[in-house]
Every structure is written in structure tokens, then in C-alpha cells.
Design a protein around this ligand. Sequence first.
Ligand SMILES: *Cc1c(COP(=O)(O)O)cnc(C)c1O
Length: 385
Amino acid sequence: MNTYDRYQISFKRGQGSWLEDFDGNKYLDFASGIAVNILGHNHQRLNNALKERIDGLWHISNLYKIPEQEELSKRLCNISFADKAFFCNSGAEAVEGAIKVARRYHFSKGNKKRNDIITFEGSFHGRTLGTLAASANNKHIEGFGPMPEGFVSIPFGDHELLKNNISSSTAAILVEPIQGEGGIRVIPEECLRGIRVLCDENDILMVVDEVQSGLYRTGRAFAYEWSNITPDIMALAKGLGGGFPIGAVLSTKGVAEGMSSGSHGSTFGGNPLACSIANEVLKIFEDEKISENITDKSNKLVSGLEKLIKRHKNKIKDVRGKGLMLGIECYIENSILTEKSLEAGLLLVNAGENVVRIMPPLNITEEDIDEFFLRFNNALESLEN
Ligand SMILES: *Cc1c(COP(=O)(O)O)cnc(C)c1O
């Protein structure tokens, strides 16, 4: 189907932060498959983990105990606030699962009317009907109605408005700590702390959608950590499998109590193949201490970008974001800059608010960051003043 407006380019191979097309042209990949290839392309340890798995079991249904899944659950709980995990196959399925966990928690406590979810304008939670209703993006829902009920969307940053929208039917507040598709809009730390307080005061669950911001993208394991709070529920996907499709819903033990046997499921979710790859991704982060350098790399990128903004101040305006989840706010049309970058051998992704996303693999080298500045500068120069 014609659902994607694709660039007329295909890739033959990749290595680290680089992709090569069929004519042998090389591209620096600062799109990372939209924050998926967090360890770049052709990572030897990930390849080996997959090769080893080929002769082992790929799929076992959730009718049976799956050791690889239990290991992944332990690993994710060890690096997060969570005690419990449910595995699925995509970001939308993870957010959809998170919404179900929140509603079911209140249901199991006898609060059957507590099922509304408060979300924020500009958010993106996925393309299933439930997550479309949560995102409330008019462009994405057009022609797909009627939408599921029980979602209220408000602008972020207005604490009074948020307070006024809380009622006895509110089940949860769902928030991306940094809006990705929405344009790398960082929700201020005090806003996240304010949400936490409101949730505690009103027996409401705080759900974070870290499908894009999670798994070290911002320099910490999860973006919520920057505000020194912990959520009750979290959705993960994109980077978790380093390119292999897998998603997860995490929660505290108490919140997971509503999810009794038979209440939820996913045929492919958490199979040995997907889980063994995700386990290897997390092991690589641990062994290679990749997260320790993310803030330094981010600082280098931001200061270089600030210089480029000064040099091209009629074309680009500002840099924002955290860690290696950065966005350039443009004066010119973002899609034109992305296209010119592609011509200059640099892959970037558009986002809302006329922003171009800068999301390299998290193990990017210093040399590749220097190469980025050269290529991005070339792209900017090729644009008319
Ligand atoms: C990409 C994304 C999703 C949806 O993930 P899919 O795997 O495409 O279903 C949900 N939430 C956020 C924050 C995302 O960035």
C-alpha cells in the first residue's frame, strides 16, 4: 500500500554508523532506522547472537516457560523502576498494553469508572486505533474513526489545566518524556515531577511512553530518570532489539496485580529469538559501557551544531533535546534540509514543528561525529540563502 512516502534509495550493506547504497555511495546514518539501530549496523556481537540462535529455538508459545524471556525481564527490571514485564512486538502494542495495565489496575481495585487517560498534544503513541486515540493527531486519525473513547488530550506545561482535567474517572496520565515525532519537545523536568505529584495525590497512574527516548538514547537508561521520579508503567520498543522487532510493557508489582492470568497476551510476544537478541543488546551496553560516553558525545554534537547555527542563521534556528535524541529547529522547510542532507550523504529524520531529528547510533565514534559536521554543513551550504 502507498502508506509511506519513500526516498528513492535502497541500501545494500551497513557497518557501524554507515550505510552503503547499491552504487557504492556511503551515507552517515543519523536516523538509525528511527532510533532502532541503537548499536549501528552489522554489530558483530549482535550478529553472533543471531547466528547462535538460528540453530536453537525461534518460537515457543507463552503456554510454556521461556528462560530467555525471564532473563530479559530481569535485565529490564534491574535497570528500571519496574518489577514486572510483558513482551510484545512493537511500540504501538507496548503503549496499547500500558493503557490496558493502567485501566485494569483500577478495575481490579473495584474502581470500574476510572478509565480515562490524559495525554498531551503533540504526542505520538502509535498507529493502532487505541494509540491513535491517545495521540489525538488529527492528520493521523482522518478517515479511521470512530476512535476508541476514554482519552483527553491537553497541551503540556500548563499545570493548572492538567489539574482541572483530573476527575474521579481519570485512570492515568500518559506522557513521552521527550516527544519524538512531535519534534523533540522535551517535557521540562519540573512538569514530570508535577505529574508524579498529581498522580500520587489522586491515585492516578503515571505512564511513560519511552518507545523512542528509552534504552540510553538520552544518556540515561530511561529519560524519566532525569527528573528523579519513577513512573508506574512504561512502554518500550524501538531500540530494544537493536533492529529486531520487540516491545515491552513494564510496571511495578502492585500495578501489575490487575493483569491476572488470561487478561492479556501476544502470540509472538517475548519469543526466544526476539528475547535472546534483546538480552544481547543489553549485555553489550553493560560490557562496553556505551552509556558512559553518550553525554560527552551529545555535548560535542550540540556545541558543533551551535556553531553551524551561527554560520547558517537564516536557515536553522535552534538545537534541542537530550543525549543523542536531538532536534534542529529550522527556518527553511525541514523536509528540504533532510533531502539536501541525503544528497550530501547524511541520513536524518523529519519531525513535527519543522524539526530535523539527529539520532545517531549510541555507539557512534568521535570521528563519525566530525564527519557529520562536514556533511551537514555541506547540506546547509547547498541550500540557497
Ligand atoms: C515509534 C513510537 C511509537 C510506535 O511504535 P511502533 O513500533 O511504530 O508501533 C510509540 N510511541 C513513541 C514515543 C514512538 O516514538
